[in-house]
Structures are given as structure tokens and as C-alpha cells.
Design a protein around this ligand. Structure first.
Ligand code: MG
Length: 163
């Protein structure tokens, strides 16, 4: 049986927006009246990317590598978690081809921060920014996200076998 040259993975994350937390998405601190709640910095965008990479590599999910019961990961930058995930992926003989991300948020506006987010992800995953897509949409004021109670992120990653 031949081994595939490419492997695709998908990731999804959702965090609740609360007062008195910084809003960190894609490793960027976005000025806003609320931030995402979580054990780490709650960067739902990077968590979705990490799960897409782990899924494509046939590995377990981000929660099993970085449990929220572990004090080492309290308020940790998710860029550091993504670095660790990248090393796991490389350890399986895989490199990242491209990553495509959709942020679903009613507020704040994501687009002004997309280039900075791409630069962060490109640095950690050894990509050029044009290997990363980041799009944003809303829920048109409907539902939990539409009421501004949280932010969801979908990500898809393509890995290439290089060993
Ligand atoms: Mg998360």
C-alpha cells in the first residue's frame, strides 16, 4: 500500500468572550473591551490551527498534549503551544503546505490584524505569509456568536510527507 504524499486536517475551536481578559487571536493582542476565556491565552485561532496540524498528522488533539489542568499552561502564549505542535508534526516526517483559517466573530473587526496574525503563524510554522489564509465572517447578529458572547475559528491544514 503506497503512503500518501499529502495529508489534510481540520481544526475547530470556540472560546467565550468575557470582561477583564486581553483578546489574543493569531498571537495578536487586539484592542477590545472583552477577551477570550481559557486556561492558556485562549487564542482560539491558534488552537484551531494546532488541531488541524495534529489531525493531519494522525495525532491526538491539542487538549491531550496541553491539558487545561496543567499549571504550566496557565496563560501561556499559544504561539509556544503551536511551536510544540510543529515539532510533533516534523517528528512524523511532515511539513506544512498551507493553512486556511476562518474566524467567526461579530466583533471586533479582524481584518486589520490579519497581516500580523499571518506573520506570527508564518514564523512558527516556517511558512511564507502567502501559505496562510485568514478570513473573517460574522453570524449576522444571530446566536451565541452573533450576540458577541464568543468567537469560533475553523482551520484546515495540508501537510506534505518529506521523509
Ligand atoms: Mg481552545
Amino acid at each position: 500500500m503506497s503512503r500518501p504524499r499529502f495529508r489534510i486536517g481540520s481544526g475547530y475551536d470556540f472560546h467565550v468572550l468575557v470582561a477583564d481578559r486581553p483578546l489574543i487571536l493569531g498571537g495578536v493582542h487586539i484592542p477590545y473591551e472583552k477577551g477570550l476565556q481559557g486556561h492558556s491565552d485562549a487564542d482560539a485561532l491558534l488552537h484551531a490551527v494546532a488541531d488541524a496540524l495534529l489531525g493531519a498528522a494522525g495525532l491526538s488533539d491539542i487538549g491531550s498534549y496541553f491539558p487545561d489542568s496543567d499549571p504550566r499552561y496557565k496563560d501561556i502564549s499559544s504561539l509556544l503551544l503551536l511551536e510544540k505542535v510543529y515539532r510533533l508534526v516534523r517528528g512524523k516526517g511532515l511539513v506544512v503546505g498551507n493553512v486556511d483559517i476562518t474566524v467567526i466573530a461579530e466583533q471586533p473587526r479582524i481584518r486589520p490584524h490579519v497581516e500580523a496574525m499571518k506573520a506570527n503563524i508564518a514564523r512558527v510554522l516556517y511558512l511564507s505569509p502567502d501559505q496562510i489564509g485568514i478570513k473573517a465572517t460574522t453570524m449576522e447578529s444571530r446566536g451565541v456568536i452573533g450576540r458577541g458572547e464568543g468567537i469560533a475559528v475553523h482551520a484546515v491544514a495540508l501537510l506534505e510527507v518529506v521523509e
